[in-house]
Design a protein around this ligand. Structure first.
Ligand code: PLP
Length: 395
């Protein structure tokens, strides 16, 4: 019998010394399944990817239909490919009118790279401002925006002319000046342990960017597609960014990302030099067919409408004296414990009991809870019971 665990450790690159080593055979709805049929209720959603659950039948049907037509045919931006065009059109229909043009990428990090590039070209400025404890991806441009010195030092030199402000600090907004091309910011800081900024802060940030002529680039890679109870989280703050970066939940489980902007901003990559941002697999037609189906599922099944009640049920069921705080918005939540050891023991026990939870890159003392938006009330109650038992045992 093939030992995938041994082959995983031997032949695939490892990203830490302690991988979870949970083998997946199948996934469906809110569940992951192991090779012996073990079921895991998924409270992570592949890190905010599986917003509509795993293998939604409409997404599978859309993928199958596209498989009958064509796979990759040419680099993005050359041929007219119906799945790309139709998905971009439906995406724009969900957005305020200033968003006019969609560039489809492979991933979130590529959306970040492209967004930084168009902001520099459009404004003619070089400085980019990001927030401390941000996470925007692992390519060198995106990594330059990671507000965590350990990563920056390890992979230096990164991009020049990047400066950091404290997230949600009104006083730091004065660092944004007429030298600033763009401010890149998460709508809610995910990897920092789900930090929700105030509406006052986001509105002041929007105003400051407008005053000095800097573009406001919103990273909605974790928060997009209904996760927080709105299609996109910027709507919570009653502001509209200039560039929107998307990935993760966009593709219904398929790899895809996008950056969206006004046409005049996007058009800078067309000339002088031409082909300013190109990508071979970005906007893959199978991914776009899945993304279109996924967006339709979110709308037709009114998944966003159910988010607030499900989040409230989680918060009610997770009342426990050892949970110091539950942060978040909608189904992007974080349970603050005391230590990494508690987080590790609780998540290990939960996985053994069939509930998958995780932690955060810049906040190892908190548990990540971000289930598919399709999770049922019964599943929420049962998951919370397991988490409470784990906390009783290990905290
Ligand atoms: N931005 C945020 C907020 C993310 O959470 C991530 C990935 O976790 C990214 C960007 C990078 O996306 P990708 O992993 O698709 O490159």
């Amino acid at each position: 019998m093939i030992n995938n665990r041994a082959l995983f450790l031997k032949n695939t690159a490892q990203t830490s010394d302690s991988p979870r080593l949970v083998e997946i055979e199948k996934a469906e709805g809110s569940y992951l399944y192991g090779p012996e049929g073990q079921a895991y209720l998924d409270l992570v959603s592949g890190f905010n990817v599986s917003n509509i659950g795993h293998r939604h039948p409409k997404v599978i049907a859309a993928i199958q239909a596209q498989l009958e037509k064509y796979l990759h045919v040419t680099v993005y931006g050359e041929f007219i490919q119906a799945p790309q065009v139709q998905f971009a059109t439906q995406l724009l229909a969900q957005l305020p009118k200033n968003f006019e043009s969609v560039y489809l990428t492979n991933s979130g990090a590529e959306a970040v790279e492209g967004s930084m590039k168009i902001a520099k070209r459009f404004t003619g400025r070089r400085q980019i401002i990001a927030a401390k404890k941000a996470y925007h991806g692992s390519t060198q441009g995106a990594l330059s925006l990671i507000g965590n010195p350990a990563y920056q030092e390890a992979y230096a030199p990164l991009l020049p002319e990047i400066d950091f402000i404290s997230f949600n600090s009104l006083t730091d907004l004065s660092h944004i000046t007429d030298k600033t091309a763009a401010v890149v910011i998460e709508a809610i800081q995910g990897e920092a342990g789900v930090r929700v900024p105030s509406k006052e802060y986001m509105q002041a940030l929007r105003q400051r960017c407008t005053e000095v002529g800097a573009l406001l680039i919103f990273d909605e890679i974790q928060t997009g597609f209904g996760r927080t109870g709105k299609m996109f989280a910027f709507a919570h703050f009653d502001i509209v960014p200039d560039i929107l970066m998307l990935a993760k939940g966009i593709g219904g489980g398929m790899p895809l990302g996008a950056f969206v902007a006004a046409k005049e901003v996007m058009d800078v990559i067309k000339d002088n030099p031409m082909l300013g941002h190109i990508t071979t697999f970005g906007g893959h037609p199978v991914s776009c067919a899945a993304a279109l189906a996924s967006l339709q599922v979110i709308l037709e099944e009114q998944l966003i409408e159910g988010v607030a009640a499900k989040a409230a049920l989680f918060r009610k069921e997770l009342q426990h004296p050892k949970i110091k705080e539950i942060r978040g918005l909608g189904l992007m939540m974080c349970l603050q414990l005391e230590s990494f050891d508690q987080v590790y023991q609780v998540s290990k026990y939960c996985a053994e009991q069939g509930v998958m939870i995780d932690w955060y890159l810049h906040c190892e003392t908190a548990l990540r809870v971000a289930p598919p938006l399709t999770i049922s009330e019964a599943e929420i109650r049962s998951a919370c019971e397991t988490i409470r038992t784990a906390i009783d045992k290990f905290c």
